[in-house]
Design a protein around this ligand. Structure first.
Ligand code: AMP
Ligand code: ZN
Length: 137
């Protein structure tokens, strides 16, 4: 169930400190130690699993529900103007802790966060080719 080398498993086991803000049968949520904005929290399943592609569907649903709960609280209690949910799956996608988690990042009008890409029109043929590979089962 737990990975002895995983910092989030250590938090779950009470072996590392964390500021817990939400818990249920399948999940806990705690404050990120390096917050992107005020109120940045992480929601994790209690059962160790590496990433989005390996998490059990029931745990994924529970983590999503908890993330939505916290997003609502960020708006109601921290007066956030918006919220980003972020999951990084794989080191190419910036994942640094390999215990599945969703970041709940409250957003405030005028905060310094920016999209990490510059939106610009893509190559239509390549969009269509990628779509063909992605579509269907
Ligand atoms: P990611 O890069 O998406 O895997 O996210 C990992 C997150 O975990 C980062 O935002 C870190 O700041 C955060 N983090 C790492 N260690 C701890 C810790 N001990 N307590 C709380 N957050 C942590
Ligand atoms: Zn873990």
């Amino acid at each position: 169930m737990a990975d002895p080398d995983c910092i989030f498993c250590k938090i779950l086991a009470g072996e590392l400190p964390a500021t817990i803000v939400d818990e249920d049968e399948r999940t806990i949520a705690f404050m990120d130690i390096a917050p992107a904005t005020r109120g940045h929290a992480l929601v994790v399943p209690r059962v160790h699993t590496v990433d989005l592609l390996s998490v059990e569907p029931e745990d994924l649903r529970a983590v999503a529900d908890a993330a939505r709960r916290l997003a609502g609280r960020a708006k109601d209690r921290l007066s956030a103007d918006g919220v980003n949910l972020l999951n990084s799956c794989g080191s190419a996608a910036w994942q640094t802790v390999f215990h599945f988690h969703i970041h709940v990042i409250p957003r405030y009008d005028g905060d310094p966060l920016r999209l990490p890409w510059v939106p610009s029109p893509g190559d239509q043929a390549d969009i269509a080719a990628a779509a063909q590979e992605l579509a269907g089962r």
